[in-house]
Ligand binder design. Sequence first.
Ligand code: PBG
Length: 312
Amino acid sequence: MRDLVSETHVVPSDLIWPLFVKEGLTEPRPIESMPGVFQHGPESLLAEIDAAVAAGLRAVMLFGVPKKKDETGSEARNPEGVLSRAVSSAKQRAQGRLLVVADLCLDEFTSHGHCGVLDSSGLVDNDATLELYVEMAVVLAEAGADVLGLSGMMDNQVLSVRDALDKAGHQDVAILAYSAKYASNFYGPFRDAVNSELKGDRKSYQQDFRNRKEATKEALIDIEQGADIVMVKPALAYLDIISDVAAISEAPVAGYVVSGEYAMVELAAQRGLINREQTISEVLHSVKRAGAQIICSYWAKEYAERYQIENH
Ligand code: PBG
């Protein structure tokens, strides 16, 4: 009876699986703050692409961690850089069976760890950053990215990137806009995952967790500027925001269950305080129930594998 009347179903094709690729690795390296998540080298990345396809996933999202970080994050614009190479090898391996989403942001590439370049007073310079995003977008599109995940929270990033992609002949590359991205403490473990050097915070460009209305405003602006999917991030602590955005958005809505939300469940499960598998399922269903039809989650592969077994 409960199955018959259940309203919400999370299926593998709802999920996007984030993967980290680190330059110079020959073997996967565990990320200490995120039990069960690894930084990958070129070979283990391909194994994960195969696993994603086999599990019935439809999308992976790649983050690159370069060896060399500098003030402007120049490795982000290097066609031979860690992220572009990962994108093209993932694309080749997937043979059209998976969408390859590439993160488009500078924080993994800058020595100061901010999502953009800094002005003389040390604040992120929005418009100077847009110029670099545009270059990075074209490099990633040439590498074969199907979708670009614009996670930097710069004003007008969707407009600038859409325009640059179109001009470069990449009309078919889609934009996943992190429209409502909050300056969140839940990103803590991710900083470890990308070996971020960030000091300070991102409050000059990410949203204030005390605010709600701002989120729908940001989503509407992004849709107007050409976003194909709008995302709310984090997801679990922001279900009200997902629900608001879903109510007004004509574009599909995504939610990102971030590193800190992942780690809370994993660590509580390690301590025996919760049932791990059931909690994962509950988290994913709650994000979908709130209105996100797409969910980015580090549990995507595991959930999809379990789903396949349970539904056969
Ligand atoms: C920025 C970016 C961040 C995350 C994804 N993209 C970090 C930040 O904004 O500080 C966090 C993801 C997570 O915590 O799982 N490129």
